[in-house]
Design a protein around this ligand. Structure first.
Ligand SMILES: Nc1ncnc2c1ncn2[C@@H]1O[C@H](COP(=O)(O)OP(=O)(O)OP(=O)(O)O)[C@@H](O)[C@H]1O
Length: 126
């Protein structure tokens, strides 16, 4: 019997969307971790959308870099369902900061595929 399912929005950011075998590896991990992929769509986020999406970070030193990056290429958007979707996906992603992640959680998605604090492979909505 399956309990109530929670949904989260997962994004594979433009840095990983550019690399098909990494997208496939992340998809395999998603299935392996028993998420149900409710929807999966490739989107091209316009600059205004990324500014709105990250508005809580407006004014921070990395904001301009972040919104420019998110509008720089296609993004894979997935609606994931799981009993503990938000927490489980965030655990799978690992910490935000790439340096910390490479040392403390190297097997997470950001540990494996993150390039910099901005280009850190994935997003998970709370
Ligand atoms: N110090 C930083 N330098 C550069 N980019 C940063 C920094 N902190 C956060 N970011 C970028 O802003 C995004 C949102 O930051 P937030 O603090 O909400 O992290 P998060 O909750 O781990 O990530 P997300 O919201 O993307 O799931 C991060 O994923 C990262 O791309």
């Amino acid at each position: 019997m399956v309990g109530r399912l929670q949904l989260t929005l997962a994004l594979l950011k433009p840095d990983v969307t550019r690399v098909p075998h990494v997208v496939q590896a992340i998809r395999n991990k998603i299935i392996q971790e028993e998420f149900i992929v409710v929807r999966h769509k490739e989107v091209r986020l316009q600059r205004e959308k990324t500014e709105e999406f990250y508005k809580e970070h407006r004014g921070k030193f990395f904001y301009n870099r972040l919104v420019t990056f998110m509008a720089s290429g296609p993004t894979q958007a997935l609606i994931l369902a799981h009993e503990d979707a938000i927490r489980h996906w965030r655990t799978l992603m690992g910490p935000t900061k790439v340096y910390k992640t490479k040392y403390e959680a190297p097997d997470t998605l950001r540990g494996l595929y993150g390039l910099t604090d901005t280009r850190n492979s994935t997003h998970g909505s709370g």
